[in-house]
Design a protein around this ligand. Structure first.
Ligand code: GLN
Length: 230
């Protein structure tokens, strides 16, 4: 276990203990088996969350949220098998802990992988010509205009159940679904953690703070250093 924000925090223990008031922070895990977990950790830390890299089942203890980053879903699946993380991860999500999957992280959430979200992801769905591209993506419920989204050998959501809410499509109203939500699960096919627009992470952290506050761990949005935009 390593707490990425510990270096800047005066009291690293504040990340795990239920402290009252401003000292308390929501604690977000970032699955760190493979992929661009460090970029997510940086965004979360600059938004004021406590961050813990997750490599083993015990790293999941007391998390208020979890990010599954982009990378390569086959390698990530191997890592999850190797570390026997499948059941603990499923238990975390089914217990209501907010989770945010980006790109390969979206794939990991689907019916064929962790099986926690009622979606089917189509890997590398944009084909060779479009294997990487940037686009402005309008996310429903996200104030402040479209996000600049980076698609890197990105998936699409090719099937979804009735409890899944579509948040964004790319290329028009009939375009493929690239962002969706099911309860406390947020999945996007693209990356925003590599730029400076943190709004998708803020959207996730709103849920994280609600969850942490409901458990009496932190004082709602006061858990973040920076007030949320919405
Ligand atoms: N193409 C990768 C996969 O199938 C996902 C790419 C990404 O996460 N940027 O796992």
């Amino acid at each position: 276990m390593s707490d990425a924000s510990a270096a800047s925090a005066a009291t690293p223990s504040a990340q795990t203990s239920p402290l009252p008031g401003a000292a308390a922070k929501a604690l977000v895990g970032v699955l760190a088996l493979q992929g661009d977990f460090e970029a997510h950790a940086k965004v979360l830390a600059r938004l004021g969350a406590g961050v813990r890299e997750v490599r083993t089942a015990s790293d999941l203890d007391a998390l208020d949220g979890l990010v599954i980053p982009g990378g390569e879903s086959t390698s990530m699946s191997f890592g999850i098998d190797r570390e026997r993380l499948l059941d603990p991860l499923r238990a975390l999500v089914f217990g209501g802990t907010p989770v945010f999957g980006s790109c390969a992280g979206l794939i990991m959430l689907d019916r064929d992988h962790l099986g926690v979200m009622d979606i089917l992801a189509k890997r590398n769905a944009f084909g060779r010509q479009l294997s990487s591209f940037e686009a402005d993506v309008e996310l429903s419920g996200l104030a402040g205009g479209p996000v600049r989204a980076l698609f890197i050998r990105a998936p699409q959501i090719s099937e979804r159940g009735p409890s899944v809410e579509v948040l964004a499509r790319v290329g028009g109203a009939d375009g493929p679904v690239v962002a969706a939500r099911q309860g406390a699960i947020l999945a996007v096919a693209f990356h925003t953690e590599l730029g400076r627009d943190d709004r998708v992470h803020e959207l996730f952290l709103e849920r994280v703070c609600e969850f942490a506050a409901a458990r009496g761990r932190v004082d709602g949005a006061a858990a973040l250093k920076r007030p949320l935009a919405r």
